[in-house]
Design a protein around this ligand. Sequence first.
Ligand code: LMR
Length: 335
Amino acid sequence: MPTLTRRALAAGTALLLLSGAALAQAPIVIKFSHVVAPDTPKGRGADKFKELAEKYTGGKVKVEVYPNSQLFKDKEEVEALQLGAVQMLAPSLAKFGPLGAKEFEVFDLPYILPDKAALRRVTDGALGKRLFDKLQSKGITGLAYWDNGFKVMSANKPLRMPADFRGLKMRIQSSKVLEAQFRALGALPQVMAFSEVYQGMQTGVVDGSENTPSNMFTQKHHEVQKFITLSDHGYIGYAVITNKKFWDGLPAEIRTGLDKAMTEATVYANQVADKDNADALEEMKKSGKTTFVTLTPDEKAAWKAALEPVTADMAKRVGKDVIDEFQKEAKGGTQ
Ligand code: LMR
């Protein structure tokens, strides 16, 4: 063999050995994409998960968090997860319908959750597990439920009575239950990606929306909406999900570390959620840029009456059994 060829072969072998060693040490990268700001319950949860996952795997896993729809918007992020372009997401429970998991929309039913304790009974109970099982066939594994909070309603007019909604274009997440909710109020629901809402409000493409105070404040919705009604008419929370093939393919000891990190990050995210929303509300009040509307008991009763038919109307879509199980677990009973 000519010397040159021999040398080239030797160099090639050395290179191969080198890259093999480098590969053996290269961390497993988890891209965690989400659509909200870092200083929100979900943003903080994702950052906490990163910190703990890297710690508990001794640096064998590197978590890259991409907030604020930097990588993908609402709909695209789920497709990206299925394709393996990202490994982790935490979409709002109102965004699972287009994936064919419409049972998740049970969380969107108006006034279905009396409080956070009821919520925890559902997410930690049989239904929470059953909903995650639904995701397996879509190539997705559910890891945890994370909290945000109860919703308020914004517009450029005070929304006191159901009649105030008539003809308003209200932005919604991609949930048929939320669509039905706004139709019941006489409004015109419009699906829009979260990252587009501020501009939509500013340019009048939509007249208003519903969201949690932390989401409204961090996206500056209060700067382009004259009124916010403290309605607490519904709930926003998340399912932290991963690509099933990716997750199942991880070495067992890595998955153990990540499970521990997720358990602790979940406790943390759920702990900070209430405070984040209370603080956001305070900040928006302090800003003086929007006027807050508190409903009287009669006005509250009128909202409840107008929205009451939504649950029965949506039973066909969400599943009557799912709604019944939800209500039972929320009350503290088991199936
Ligand atoms: C939305 O309104 O789209 C929000 O639920 C976004 C989020 O992830 O909190």
